[in-house]
Design a protein around this ligand. Structure first.
Ligand code: BYC
Ligand code: FE
Ligand code: FE
Length: 470
C-alpha cells in the first residue's frame, strides 16, 4: 500500500508518479478543474482562510487533517481504499469469480455511463450551492457549506481518476464534459433532475444535504459492491466523507425545527413567522420537495438498466452482505405498480426491481432522520409531526410520474393536484418569505434568528470558534 505523497501536485495513494502518462493527463485536467472551481464554485470567500478537513490518507483514524486553508489551495486528492487480495464478485452472473482490475470490454459503456452519472452530480451540487456564502446563518454553517463543496470537488476527482485511468481517450473527453455541463443550464444541463433544481437558500441546502446527499450514500454503497474493483475501492472511501454531508443536512433541519418550536412558544398566536422564524408546515413543504426530487434519483421502478448493472456485477445492492442470495434469478420483489391506470401490488422479477429495492432502503433511512426531527418537536412540547410523503407523490421519473397522487398516496387528477399543490409544495410566496430571512450572520458564535445554535462545534471545537477568518 503506497503511502500518501503530499508533496505531489495531486495528493494520492495510488502511486500516481509510477504512471507518467496518467500523471500528465491528470495534471493537465487539474488547471481546468481550478478554472471551473473559480468560475462555478463558491461566490466570494475564495481568498479567505476556512477551517477545513482535508483527506490525507484512508486510515480509519487519521484520514482527515483539519486546518485553515484557502479554497482554491485545497489539496484535492485521489484516495482509494486498499485492495483486498483475493476479493471476488459478491453478486450477479460472475458471483464468486475474481473481481476485475480492468474494464471488461463488453461492459465498458455501461460502466462508463455509471461513472459519468456519478461524477456529474458532484460538480452539479457545487454549482447549485455557489451563492449560499452570501447568506449563511453563522460562520459554523458557512464553513460546513464549504466543507461539503470541497469534498464534492474531491468526489469529482475520484470519478475523473477512474475515467482517465481506465477509459482512454473517451474517458478524458468525458472528464472534460464534466466541467462543461452546468446545473440548470438550458443547453447543457447536468444529467439527473435534482441536480438542475435551484438551491436558492439555506432551507433548501439543508434539505438537499439531508435527502439528496443521502441518495449519494445509497448509490455509492451500491457501487462500493462493484466487481470493478477500482470503482468499489474509490466509492468506499467517498462514503467516509459523505457521512458529514448528511449530518449537515439532518442537524441543519433539526436546528430550524428547534428554533421554530421556541418561537411558537414565544409568539402569542404560536406563529413563528411573526418572529422571523420558519413555521413547521413550511418545513414540511420543503421536505416534500427535496425528498421527492431525491426519490427520482433512483431511476424507474422497473428497470432493465438496473437488471443489467446487477447481472454484470457492476452495481450491487445496499450492503450486499446482509442478503443470503446474490444471483437473484427467479426471485421476485413485491411492490406497487401502475397497471391500466390502477395501483396494484404485485411480484416483479427481482433484478428488474433493484432501483425500487435500493429506494426502499433509502426511504427507511430518511424515516429514521425524520423520527429524530419529530423527537425534537415532541421534546419541545409541541403537537406536530413531520412525515415523509408517499413515494408516489410528486414524481417526475418512473411510473408514478404519469399520474398524480396526494402526499398520502391517493390517486388524483391533474386539476386537483394543481389546485392543492400549494398546500404540499413550496409556493412562490413561501420561497419569497424564506429568502427574506436569509441575512448573513458572520460574528463568531452568533446565529441568525431562524435557526438554533448547533449542540457542538466541528472537530471538538466550540460552536463559537472562528471557522472562517475575517
Ligand atoms: N433524472 O432504467 P432507468 C450523489 C434516466 S447522488 C434524469 O429508469 P437507471 C450526490 C436514465 O439515465 C448519487 N434522468 O434508470 C448527492 C435513463 O436514461 P437513458 C449519484 C433520469 O438507469 C449530492 C432513463 O431515465 N449517483 O452522489 O436504472 C451531492 C431510464 O432509466 C433520472 C448515481 O446516480 C433522473 N432522476 O437508473 C453530490 C449512480 N433517473 O439511458 C453528489 C450512477 C433515471 O434512457 N447512476 N433517468 O437516456 C445510476 O446508477 C443510474 O444512472 C440511475 C438511473 C440510478 C441514476
Ligand atoms: Fe459526493
Ligand atoms: Fe455529498
Amino acid at each position: 500500500m503506497p503511502s500518501v505523497l503530499t508533496d505531489e501536485k495531486i495528493p494520492n495513494n495510488v502511486n500516481l508518479s509510477s504512471d507518467k502518462r496518467l500523471q500528465r493527463a491528470l495534471e493537465a485536467w487539474q488547471p481546468a478543474f481550478i478554472d471551473w472551481w473559480k468560475q462555478m464554485g463558491p461566490v466570494g470567500w475564495q481568498e479567505r482562510d476556512i477551517f477545513l478537513r482535508t483527506a490525507v490518507s484512508v486510515e480509519t483514524d487519521g484520514w482527515a487533517h483539519f486546518d485553515y486553508v484557502k479554497m482554491p489551495e485545497y489539496r484535492w486528492g485521489i484516495f482509494l481504499e486498499p485492495k483486498q487480495e483475493g476479493r471476488v464478485h459478491g453478486f450477479g452472473d460472475f458471483a464468486g469469480q475474481p473481481v476485475w482490475d480492468e474494464v471488461p470490454g463488453e461492459f465498458r459503456n455501461m460502466l462508463r455511463r455509471l461513472v459519468v452519472t456519478q461524477g456529474d452530480t458532484e460538480p452539479a451540487s457545487v454549482e447549485q450551492q455557489r451563492d449560499l456564502g452570501a447568506t449563511a446563518p453563522s460562520l459554523y454553517d458557512l464553513r460546513n457549506l464549504f466543507q461539503v463543496n470541497v469534498e464534492e470537488g474531491r468526489h469529482l476527482w475520484a470519478m475523473v481518476y477512474l475515467l482517465h485511468t481506465y477509459f482512454g481517450r473517451d474517458g478524458r473527453e468525458e472528464a472534460e464534459e464534466l466541467l462543461a455541463r452546468r446545473s440548470g443550464d438550458q443547453d447543457k444541463p447536468r444529467i439527473l433532475g435534482a441536480f438542475n433544481e435551484p438551491t436558492a437558500h439555506w432551507l433548501s441546502f439543508f434539505m438537499f444535504t439531508m435527502f439528496t446527499d443521502r441518495d449519494g450514500k445509497y448509490q455509492l454503497s451500491a457501487l462500493a459492491e462493484s466487481g470493478f474493483d477500482p470503482l468499489a475501492r474509490t466509492c468506499r472511501f467517498m462514503l467516509t466523507e459523505e457521512a458529514h454531508h448528511m449530518f449537515v443536512g439532518e442537524t441543519g433541519v433539526q436546528r430550524v425545527v428547534r428554533r421554530s418550536c421556541e418561537l411558537m412558544k414565544q409568539d402569542p398566536n404560536g406563529d413563528p413567522r411573526a418572529l422571523g422564524g420558519i413555521d413547521l408546515p413550511t418545513v414540511q413543504k420543503y421536505a416534500n420537495l427535496w425528498y421527492t426530487l431525491s426519490l427520482d434519483l433512483f431511476g424507474g421502478e422497473v428497470s432493465s438498466n438496473a437488471a443489467d448493472a446487477f447481472a454484470s456485477g457492476l452495481k450491487g445492492r445496499y450492503k450486499e452482505d446482509r442478503y443470503d442470495e446474490h444471483k437473484l434469478v427467479g426471485t421476485h420483489f413485491a411492490m406497487d405498480v401502475l397497471e391500466g391506470g390502477k395501483v396494484v401490488h404485485k411480484d416483479v422479477p427481482m433484478r428488474n426491481a433493484l432501483n425500487e429495492v435500493l429506494r426502499t432502503e433509502y426511504i427507511k433511512d430518511c424515516q429514521r432522520g425524520v423520527d429524530r426531527w419529530n423527537k425534537t418537536i415532541k421534546d419541545a412540547g409541541i403537537d406536530f409531526e413531520l412525515t415523509l410523503p408517499s413515494h408516489k407523490f410528486h414524481r417526475q421519473i418512473g411510473m408514478w410520474s404519469t399520474t398524480h397522487f396526494t402526499p398520502d398516496g391517493e390517486m388524483i387528477d391533474q386539476a386537483t393536484f394543481n389546485a392543492r399543490r400549494g398546500e404540499w409544495l413550496p409556493s412562490e410566496a413561501d420561497e419569497v418569505y424564506i429568502k427574506s430571512l436569509m441575512k448573513p450572520c458572520y460574528e463568531p458564535g452568533k446565529m441568525a434568528g431562524w435557526i438554533a445554535a448547533p449542540l457542538k462545534g466541528i472537530n471538538n471545537l466550540p460552536a463559537e470558534f472562528e471557522y472562517v477568518r475575517a
